[in-house]
Design a protein around this ligand. Structure first.
Ligand SMILES: O=C(O)CCC(=O)C(=O)O
Ligand SMILES: [Fe+2]
Length: 318
């Protein structure tokens, strides 16, 4: 078991040193770090035998996407949903658990519902594993020929929200958790530790109120680069102020997903259902899941039913 290393101070923060095991040890600081910084890095959640399977499955969907044989992708030039197909280059693969991907999708859904991962999610969400809701599972990849970047943003708060509106949105954001698991070293994501709790300062607003990606992400007051080593997972509050830079010369294959607490699924509706999820009703998808996954799916289907016919809209533009 690794000891938890608490950050020395925000200005000295080296996020890649913020490790915490998600053992059920009474001394675990996972939740403490997550609450104070808005993210926590956890190594070793992927079983050694599963690691090559996930790498292989990722290669397979990346190839399909780059060969234009998988239509659900994040297109270079589009930062947020809905993604268009205006550019042949991609920075992400969407819907990796989709049953049309056959056995490959099962590798992803087995990991999404694995005990180590769901235990960590439940611990951070402070809910029972029986409350967890299956949500999104995508893959973030390096574009092949165009470097690309996302502007500074919070996933479900608009860039022009006033400080009071920002605070209201941040206060209710505890119903789901986002996570990135790196299959290769990943130095794409920048975050402002602690920004998940407080509105932006005037200076931070200046760096995050347009559609433009930053010239240098480190110009944002409080920014740190979050480097993940292969096999490490960062769990983060996706309303933390963050941006990302994708260098087409550096291999990236990072699992990118979120898991919800179904007791609050109404709060999650826009964030999740803005991604087209009709395929989750496919019987083949249910059959692909283990019993725990099927229960998690039922909670998402309930949320989808409760929002049927409603226009949930999109969180962000760009
Ligand atoms: O590339 C990343 O790690 C972050 C992606 C992101 O911020 C988003 O999809 O909203
Ligand atoms: Fe984001």
């Amino acid at each position: 078991m690794t000891d938890t290393v608490l950050p020395r101070s925000s200005s000295e923060l080296n996020p890649s040193s913020i490790y915490a095991t998600c053992s059920m040890s009474p001394t675990t600081n996972l939740k403490v770090i997550y609450d104070s910084q808005g993210f926590v890095v956890v190594p070793g959640l992927i079983a050694t035998s599963d690691f090559p399977k996930l790498q292989e499955a990722s290669e397979s969907v990346i190839n399909l996407t780059r060969e234009a044989k998988w239509p659900f992708r994040r297109t270079v030039g589009s930062q947020f949903p809905p993604f268009n197909s205006n550019n042949p280059d991609s920075w992400g693969v969407q819907h990796t658990m989709h049953p049309d991907l056959g056995q490959t999708a099962t590798v992803f859904s087995d990991w999404y519902t694995s005990d180590a991962l769901t235990r960590a999610c439940a611990e951070l969400l402070e809910c029972g594993e029986d409350d967890l809701e299956l949500e999104l599972f995508n893959l973030l990849i390096n574009p092949l020929s165009h470097s690309f970047a996302l502007r500074w943003h919070r996933d479900d708060v608009k860039e022009n929200a006033l400080p009071d509106e920002e605070q209201v949105a941040l206060d209710k954001w505890h119903a789901g958790i986002q996570w990135n698991t790196a299959l290769y070293e990943d130095s794409c994501l920048y975050v402002v530790p602690g920004s998940h709790k407080v509105p932006r300062t005037p200076e931070q607003r200046k760096h995050s109120c347009t559609m433009d990606p930053p010239k240098d992400p480190m110009d944002m007051p409080g920014a740190v680069l979050l480097t993940l080593k292969p096999g490490e997972t960062v769990f983060y509050n996706n309303n933390i102020l963050h941006c990302a830079v994708y260098d087409h010369t550096v291999k990236r294959a990072t699992l990118h997903a979120c898991t919800g607490d179904s007791r609050h699924s109404a709060t999650r509706a826009r964030n999740i259902l803005q991604h087209d999820l009709l395929w989750i009703k496919d019987d083949r998808f249910r059959e692909q899941l283990n019993p725990k996954g099927q229960r998690m799916l039922d909670r998402l289907l309930d949320a989808q039913k409760n929002n049927f016919g409603k226009d949930v809209g999109y969180s962000l533009e760009g």
